[in-house]
Design a protein around this ligand. Structure first.
Ligand code: NCD
Length: 361
């Protein structure tokens, strides 16, 4: 694997001033992600490749011989899981993904157990992790931190890939990938993602999953987005400008009840009150943005309800048993697509596809 050609040729000051769209080419080499940091780096062909590789991995894993084959793919590599923010699904799905493809893992889940408490800079801490690991998977409260680390490592003699497992309020690219895979599978028999209407509901201002997924949807033809939230929690202008530039139509709405019967997918999110400065979101009435059992009656018969989880009151658990509720499938798809992404970063995708093809999987 060659190191990123570009990131070591651009000064940090210049690089950090670029938009996500402008940064994207620095993370991709010959149509393949080296680092996986922003949704904007994934083109339609890359998304389709990744989804088909994910299906391959899923099918191969069904037999012991297949699982053994997958575990041999990266048994010579180690991954560092550095999670400086709470996580259940993202952490466990990356951990499971690494096990599926044979990568050994180390973890730091709490900066207070590393030398950061002794005054070490976060950059030096991650550089230390990179001395023992061949891949860094990281979640961090600071937006853009994973990009800074990728730039820093690309300018050392050990430029290991960095995967962003959630950064601040801005990006959660691998969640968006698993969401795309779930949408693609849900609409397999109804023409795929192209032409679909997709509503985002809840805290769109501070929800990084929505920001990443909204961009990925610009890669599909004729998709329309609905951003449904109280005005104080509406999606940021920076994302809307990107959607405008990409020519993707969208509606801004406060009327969830009206939107439910009109759309093919509803992406629910929780209030991200960990970002409150003074408990401000507790003063907003969000009860009209909850999905209840009654709402199932007006939801289209081929439509789906999604949620990155964790949920609070946004979706009544009584909805879970409806076949249109696909959030538990999202959870499992996350494991498969993260395994596929890592295989692709390490250029093992060809061997995996061949295994699938030879056995007609
Ligand atoms: C999301 C996150 O961390 O941004 N969770 C996840 O990774 N599945 C959503 C959230 O915390 O609300």
């Amino acid at each position: 694997m060659s190191k990123t050609a570009a990131l070591d040729r651009i000064a940090w000051d210049k690089f950090s001033g670029l938009s996500s769209i402008e940064k994207a080419p620095y993370f991709v080499e010959n149509g393949r992600s080296f680092h996986a940091l922003v949704a904007q780096q994934f083109s339609r062909p890359m998304l389709e490749d990744l989804c088909s590789l994910t299906t391959c991995v899923r099918r191969i894993s069904k037999t012991r011989a297949g699982s053994d084959f997958l575990q041999r793919q990266l048994s010579d590599k180690r991954a560092m899981l550095y999670f400086a923010q709470p996580s259940t699904r993202t952490y466990l799905s990356f951990y499971s993904a690494c096990q599926i493809i044979g990568l050994q893992t180390m973890n730091v889940r709490d900066s207070s157990t590393s030398s950061e408490v002794k005054g070490e800079s976060p950059e030096d801490s991650v550089r230390t992790f990179s001395s023992y690991a061949d891949l860094i998977i990281m979640r961090h409260p600071e937006g853009g931190f994973a990009e800074r680390i990728a730039w820093m490592l690309s300018n050392t003699s050990r430029p290991v890939p960095v995967v962003n497992a959630g950064s601040g309020k801005d990006q959660h690219p691998t969640q968006a990938l698993l969401d795309i895979y779930t949408l693609a599978r849900s609409f397999e028999k109804t023409g795929g993602i192209d032409g679909k209407k997709i509503a985002f509901v809840g805290d769109l201002k501070r929800g990084r999953t929505v920001r990443s997924l909204a961009w990925l949807l610009t890669q599909y033809k004729g998709v329309k987005a609905y951003f449904v939230a109280p005005p104080e929690l509406q999606i940021g202008d920076d994302i809307l400008k990107q959607l405008d530039a990409a020519g993707m139509p969208y509606e801004i709405s406060t009327d969830f009840a009206k939107v439910i019967p009109e759309v093919d997918a509803i992406y629910m999110t929780r209030i991200q009150d960990e970002w409150d400065v003074d408990g401000e979101s507790s003063k907003i009435d969000t009860s009209a943005y909850h999905f209840t059992k009654d709402d199932l009656k007006v939801l289209g018969k081929n439509s789906v309800i999604m949620h990155p989880l964790p949920r609070r009151l946004e979706i009544d658990p009584a909805v879970d048993s409806d076949p249109r509720a696909v959030y538990w499938r999202q959870v499992r798809n996350g494991m498969w697509i993260r395994a596929a992404l890592i295989l692709s970063i390490f250029e093992c995708d060809g061997a995996v596809r061949d295994y699938c093809k030879e056995r007609n999987l």
